[in-house]
Design a protein around this ligand. Structure first.
Ligand SMILES: Cc1cc2nc3c(=O)[nH]c(=O)nc-3n(C[C@H](O)[C@H](O)[C@H](O)COP(=O)(O)O)c2cc1C
Length: 211
């Protein structure tokens, strides 16, 4: 059975446009496939920043881990299991100070664990979470998909790279951008992104991912 993981990361709660569009896409895909939908709202429940206990647990686990190391390993394992179980991953990402939010960064920090989501080979790192499709909904006041500001979008190249690092290379972005360029431009950006989400849900091919 197909399974969709929706990862939300805006700090703006219900006002979030990345959440609105990502939810619409996830709902349509889950309805179409009849599969499960798991929601991980990092904005509402941010994973803690990684610390020394996490680093020990993830990179050099002790035979007698401390309670904090055990908890860190359990949290990572839970987040990795969630994404490993999904064939479709949808991320709602708010552009904050030209980058992703810190909860989304913490999520990546906690799921990028050697031997669990990637490994090193003689020819370099290899992602272990393969055969998945990802959609990333990116909301921003400015326009970063093209033009001179593309170079200062540190969010989308990072997300694409991290997904690829753990094995997810089939990644499509939906932009809700130019939201600060007046009410008309904002409405156009939102309706365009919702239309795009509708079209992607229609062409989304669960069978091809599972094959
Ligand atoms: C603290 C803060 C920092 C922001 N930084 C940027 C930025 O660097 N570039 C940008 O285009 N928009 C920026 N914005 C605007 C957000 O990207 C915009 O509100 C977007 O809709 C947020 O995504 P969301 O609707 O999913 O919450 C910022 C907003 C906030 C609240």
């Amino acid at each position: 059975m197909s399974s969709t993981l929706l990862v939300l990361s805006s700090p703006r709660g219900e006002a979030s446009l990345s959440t609105k569009v990502a939810r619409t896409l996830a709902g349509s895909i889950a309805d179409k496939s009849g599969g499960s939908l798991t929601v991980r709202d990092l904005g509402a429940n941010p994973p803690a920043h990684i610390d020394s206990e996490f680093v020990v647990a993830a990179t050099a686990p002790s035979d007698e881990p401390t309670a904090a190391q055990k908890a860190a390993a359990e949290e990572s394992d839970k987040l990795i299991a969630e994404i490993a179980a999904a064939d479709t991953v949808i991320i709602g990402a708010a552009m904050i100070n030209f980058a992703i939010t810190s909860p989304l960064k913490s999520w990546f920090d906690r799921i990028a664990v050697r031997g669990k989501s990637f490994r090193y080979t003689e020819s370099g790192p290899e992602g272990l979470l393969k055969d998945k499709k990802a959609y990333v909904v990116m909301a921003s006041a400015g326009i970063y998909s093209d033009g001179p500001t593309k170079a200062i979008d540190f969010a989308s190249p990072y997300i694409r790279h991290m997904l690829g690092f753990i094995g997810i290379t089939d990644v499509e972005f939906i932009r809700v951008e130019g939201l600060a360029f007046g009410e008309e431009a904002a409405q156009k950006a939102i309706s365009g992104a919702l239309e795009c989400a509708g079209a992607l849900a229609k062409t989304h091919n669960q069978a091809a991912i599972a094959a």
